[in-house]
Design a protein around this ligand. Structure first.
Ligand code: HEC
Length: 568
């Protein structure tokens, strides 16, 4: 059964590869592919390789030369330049068309791990199981992806000999943040760390790429169709048991600035300026057009990089996690303690695992619930405190900006994440964009709403977990209080169920996003769930933007890195 699926996948991958010369997404259909038999000419400098699961149906990177209509009139800076000898990213998009059964390859599904999800299990036992679970998933993600003998050419998932891995399409349609051409990295939010290596805050940017296993990719294939025509979901999406997503995140900061980055994989990548490029619109409009951004903010292979591995995120669909049915975990750079570990990719340590959000009871702040988690632990997550201490060892003057800051009240969050959130408070919001290309803001600070994870400073003022001032905002004429906003941001959103944005206030229920969502030709008033996948959410946003631009070539430019759209 498993082998049959794999064969079908490989076969359809090969078929699509034949249509690789076509220039638009619409003429790569299976029908046409099967009659075109000309060999695929490799781009001038790319190594000639079997294309495997990389079919060329969707753009591989921003300014992919096969899709010129997407960057017409722009200054080109995200394509291999003459003489470039390094890796060229190809999108792995030959998604399985049958749901595979991967249970035999996923040892963390063993009944031995059942007690991890039982709140009454002793903390020591939970730690032990969480540690083993994390490594089993990571080893599964690593298999066949990290043994090329050169970190620069690892993660060429088009031809993984162990199992197929896939990427999401359409995280490409963005001048500043869209996939770059060397490793398929996309830009995430800026991060600032306080380290004892510098009196000033260290400002950098994160660049990341996500990999979906065959089970997860089957669901992607129900949206991102093999003919290049996506079917945007009109019902809640649900990933199947055993879906796994891995995501390495790289920083533009260096090992001289952050000692834990020593001995970690370093990639040369074609990235945009870490200072987010202050593009000025010639027409005086609030935002630049994509053309203006391409002119004023070119990518570069040398100027802003290289980038170094700081964090490795994973997400696993596991129905033993009651309600959420997801387990989120992360590893972080630990290059000094692990210097002698042979594979540079494994010079990382687990930071924690979470499968629920430790939702505070009504009226209680997320910042004070549960009490003393370092001593008492959490019911629905495990934090590895020795890793936290390692991250903070070289921290600087600003405690809020130490790399081991974790999330709200020590809920799990990586160094690259916001200290006032948690993995699951962002991911639980993943929804299909509505007809105005709105999605729920993944952190209250980005949405002009009451701040999440507020706490009272010693002087009585309200701050958030990053030390910034916190404020309570009104929706209509109702002030949404701090505990009220926490009740939605720290909910444990059930798998594949609509994200709830309605809070219970003294004046009755209030939707903090009035009028949203508004789906075309639909009476629906609830968000369409993307089952915790924010990459799917972003890809649909970018695809919808491309559709808008294709109809009207000069629209006001709606920028995907603006606050109202998801960002890290
Ligand atoms: C502030 C919000 C935020 C937090 C906190 C956050 N993420 Fe994400 N995450 C995102 C966004 C936005 C994306 C999609 C963008 C991308 O990957 O390029 C994403 C993507 C991912 C993906 C790729 C799969 C997918 O479809 O979303 C994984 C896996 C992931 N995150 C795991 C984690 C883990 C583990 C943590 C906690 C350690 C975490 N995330 C914390 C916002 C967040």
């Amino acid at each position: 059964m498993k082998h049959k699926t794999l064969l079908i996948t490989l076969f359809s991958g090969l078929l699509f590869a034949c249509s690789d010369q076509s220039s638009t997404p619409t003429d790569t259909s299976l029908k046409q592919a099967s009659v075109e038999v000309a060999p695929v000419p490799a781009p001038p400098t790319a190594p000639v390789q079997n294309k495997g699961t990389c079919t060329g149906t969707y753009p591989s990177y921003w300014q992919d030369p096969k899709f010129p209509e997407m960057y017409e009139g722009q200054t080109v800076s995200d394509q291999p330049m003459p003489g470039y000898q390094g890796p060229i990213f190809r999108l792995s998009d030959g998604y399985p068309t049958e749901l595979p059964n991967e249970i035999a390859d996923q040892p963390w599904r063993d009944a031995r791990f059942d007690p991890l999800f039982d709140a009454s299990t002793e903390p020591d036992m939970k730690q032990k199981l969480a540690l083993e679970y994390s490594w089993l998933v990571l080893e599964y993600i690593f298999a066949g992806n990290i043994n090329s003998g050169n970190v620069e050419t690892d993660w060429d998932v088009c031809n993984n000999p162990v199992r197929a891995w896939f990427n999401i399409p359409f995280q490409t349609y963005n001048v500043l943040a869209g996939r770059e051409f060397t490793h398929g990295l996309t830009r995430e939010a800026p991060v600032s760390f306080s380290m004892n290596t510098s009196p000033e805050p260290l400002n950098g940017t994160m660049w990341a790429v996500g990999f979906f296993n065959p089970t997860a990719a089957y669901t992607l294939g129900t949206i991102w169709k093999a003919d290049g025509q996506p079917q945007i979901p009109t019902e809640n999406v649900s990933f199947a048991e055993g879906a796994v997503v891995g995501k390495p995140l790289f920083t533009t900061l260096s090992s001289a600035q952050m000692p834990m980055l020593n001995n970690l994989p370093v990639w040369k990548a074609n990235i945009s300026s870490p200072d987010f490029c202050g593009c000025k619109s010639r027409s005086g409009a609030a935002q630049c057009t994509m053309t203006e951004e391409s002119q004023q903010c070119p990518r570069s292979l040398d100027k802003y990089g290289p980038v170094t591995l700081l964090q490795f995120d994973l997400a696993v669909k596991d129905s033993r996690a009651e309600g959420t049915e997801w387990v989120f975990g992360t590893f972080v750079a630990d290059g000094q303690r692990k210097a002698t570990e042979p594979s540079p990719w494994k010079r990382i340590s687990p930071l924690g695992l979470m499968w629920g959000n430790s939702t505070p009871p009504a009226g209680v702040l997320a910042s004070s619930y549960p009490e003393a988690p370092r001593q008492n632990g959490f019911d629905d997550m495990v934090i590895f405190w020795d890793t936290v201490d390692m991250l903070n060892e070289d921290g600087g003057a600003d405690q809020f900006a130490h790399p081991g800051h974790l999330g709200c009240n020590a809920r799990l969050d990586g160094p690259a994440d916001k200290a006032y959130s948690s993995c699951m408070s962002c991911h639980g919001s993943a929804s299909v964009a509505d007809q105005n290309i709105n999605v729920p803001p993944i952190a209250a600070q980005f949405g002009g709403l009451t701040s999440e994870c507020a706490l009272q400073a010693a002087d009585g003022s309200w701050i958030d977990a990053s030390g910034a001032p916190a404020s309570q905002r009104e929706v209509g004429d109702v002030t949404i209080s701090f505990p009220e906003i926490d009740s939605i941001f720290f909910a444990s959103t059930p798998a594949a169920e609509p994200y709830n944005t309605t809070v219970a206030t003294e004046s009755g229920p209030v939707n903090v996003l009035p009028g949203q969502p508004s789906y075309a030709n639909s009476e629906r008033t609830e968000w369409i769930s993307l089952d915790y996948s924010l990459q799917t959410s972003i890809s649909i946003v970018q695809w919808k933007q491309w559709q808008q631009h294709a109809v009207d070539p000069k629209p006001a430019h709606l920028d995907v890195h603006q606050a109202k759209l998801p960002r890290r």
